[in-house]
Write a protein that binds this ligand. Structure first.
Ligand SMILES: [Zn+2]
Length: 251
């Protein structure tokens, strides 16, 4: 495998990650296309081109706005870096083909959900309504085997989260419910179970660490979407390896 295309995918990932930050931040406020220039949310200063270079600008400005010295959320460069790594991994693992397209769509959805849910505690319907038909279409071109694994995955994902919501009385929200229905279609009924299991493990572990570090308390509402997205990315790239490892434990 040549290095150059991997680097190119990484750079595309940085640029797309930067765009997904904007999508995740603006779609819930209905102003994705209203103002075309990015600005500091604190002092409203319009950002110059050299303040918009993914990751690099953040590092050069030491994480502060040049106008008002307000700290810039660490989330933004992290999202850019995460998208870049995932784009490069997608190409590296899947090569050029239909699987690469599916991987890039799934990565895009997962990343936008992390942004919206971290900042606003919601997963926008508009984002799900954009990606759901796209994933249904790609599953027509590249069906799972058996093909009915996709619709069944949707039903299983929706059903499980519905039960969890009823039992836990609000541990998860309607956004998580719809997100799982969309993901179930892309991954099928078996992988969606693995995603739910991993998301719970990530959620419990990270919330546990945050509790000990006193970054959150027991009453804080913690968005679950980012953990679902991290589980999605894990299963997308390492699902088969995980399953092989798990089965290997019993042999
Ligand atoms: Zn500012």
């Amino acid at each position: 495998m040549e290095l150059l295309p991997i680097i190119i995918f990484f750079c595309f990932g940085l640029v797309f990650g930067s765009f997904y930050n904007v999508v995740g931040l603006r779609v819930p406020q209905n102003n994705l296309f209203k103002s075309d220039r990015s600005y500091c949310p604190n002092c409203k200063k319009t950002l110059e081109w050299y303040e918009l270079v993914p990751v690099i600008s953040f590092l050069i400005q030491l994480g502060k706005c040049r106008g008002c010295k307000q700290r810039i959320r660490l989330l933004y460069p992290l999202i850019e870096f995460l998208t870049a790594v995932c784009f490069a991994l997608s190409y590296w693992l899947f090569g050029v083909g239909a699987d690469l397209i599916i991987a890039l769509i799934v990565v895009s959805l997962a990343v936008i959900v992390i942004v919206s849910d971290s900042v606003y505690m919601l997963i926008p319907n508009k984002v799900l309504l954009f990606f759901f038909p796209l994933l249904i279409l790609t599953r027509v071109v590249v069906p799972l085997s058996p093909w009915w694994s996709a619709p069944l995955g949707s039903i299983v994902g929706f059903g499980l989260i519905f039960i969890i919501i009823v039992v836990s009385k609000g541990g998860m929200g309607a956004g998580d419910l719809k997100y799982f229905a969309v993901l179930g279609y892309a991954f099928g009924y078996q992988a969606i179970l693995l995603i739910l299991m991993l998301a719970s493990v990530y959620g419990a572990t990270i919330t546990g660490v945050l509790l000990i570090a006193r970054k959150v308390d027991r009453k804080s509402k913690v968005p679950f979407g980012p953990y679902i997205s991290l589980a999605v990315l894990t299963v997308l790239f390492f699902g088969q390896a995980l399953i092989d490892w798990y089965i290997g434990l019993f042999n």
